[in-house]
Design a protein around this ligand. Structure first.
Ligand code: CO8
Length: 263
């Protein structure tokens, strides 16, 4: 396992091909500060560039995935500072460009920016006792990193409107029922382990096919169906130019295990 010199996060390699980023600001329940995001984005970029990393898991502690943006840091922010520095944009602009699959393992509080950060992941796992919510309305603001958009797409307008207008939380169990979470675990430990196991499985596939699959699934969130289907077909055709298509199909025909080139 590799370690690093970050102050707010820990980066390890729990299994071959898997990068694990743990948000680690326990005294502030992993509140998302500029310093934390600078480190998180740096670690994500490094793992994404590392050819040996096939999937990334992002988690927090048992108590908090992240309790939101750092309210103490934002308290005195003015409109002109927020506008001129394009506040939050630099925080949330790295993740959409990460091509390696990202799995969020959410335990404890995932509130405000913490909920939005979890929703930015490709796959979300949580424990039944996780607490999600967009409490911004109670602070006199609104979600600013996709809460009104990604959450609404995930759970529908009426439920999203209720949550965002009242600031009430929803549980890990509800996240599972509503399709926010792909899987719900009984304990925090099982949740993180489940995410690592899925990441390991993804890392055992062809890296070219995995990146292509992630790209086309994400297009479904942006494109009308006809354009999405066409996009999928183009990428599908293009994969017949990859080495791994030949390796995968030849291995099947010869009843062997494929040894991916990731090319
Ligand atoms: N910011 C700064 N500090 C925080 C935050 C936060 N969001 N959340 C908790 N802390 C601090 C507390 O101030 C406290 O510090 P101290 O010991 O110095 O007083 C410490 O963490 C422990 O917290 P509590 O004592 O409150 O712990 P409890 O277990 O009693 O309560 C709660 C836990 C319910 C999570 C509570 O801390 C809480 O309500 N936190 C604020 C939640 C919130 O409103 N979050 C939304 C913030 S706004 C936002 O996220 C805008 C989105 C911006 C986009 C982000 C880009 C991805």
């Amino acid at each position: 396992a590799s370690t690093s010199s970050y102050d707010n996060i820990l980066v390890t390699a729990p299994k071959p091909g898997v990068g694990l980023i743990t948000l680690n600001r326990p005294r502030a329940l992993n509140a998302l500060s500029t310093a934390l995001f600078r480190e998180l984005n740096d670690a994500l970029r490094q793992l994404d560039d590392d050819k040996t990393t096939g999937a990334i898991v992002l988690t927090g502690s048992e108590k908090a995935f992240a309790a939101g943006a750092d309210i103490k840091e934002m308290k005195d922010l003015t409109f002109s500072e927020a506008f001129n520095t394009n506040f939050i944009t630099s925080w949330s602009s790295t993740i959409p460009g990460v091509r390696t699959p990202l799995i969020a393992a959410v335990n404890g509080h995932a509130l405000g920016g913490g909920c939005e950060l979890a929703l930015m992941a490709d796959i979300l796992y949580c424990s039944s006792t996780a607490t999600f919510g967009q409490p911004e309305i109670k602070l006199g603001i609104i979600p600013g990193a996709g809460g009104s958009q990604r959450l609404t797409r995930a759970i529908g307008k009426s439920r999203a409107m209720e949550l965002i207008l009242t600031g009430k939380n929803f549980s890990g169990v509800e996240a599972g029922q509503w399709g926010v979470a792909a899987r719900v675990f009984d304990t925090a430990e099982a949740c993180v382990q489940g995410a690592i196991d899925t990441a390991s499985k993804i890392a055992s596939m062809s890296g070219v096919a995995v990146k292509a699959a992630k790209e086309v699934v994400n297009k479904s969130q942006d494109l009308p169906l006809r354009d999405g289907l066409e996009y999928e077909r183009k990428v599908f055709h293009s994969l017949f130019g990859s080495k791994d298509q030949k390796i995968g199909m030849t291995a099947f025909a010869e009843k062997k295990k494929p040894e991916w080139s990731h090319e």
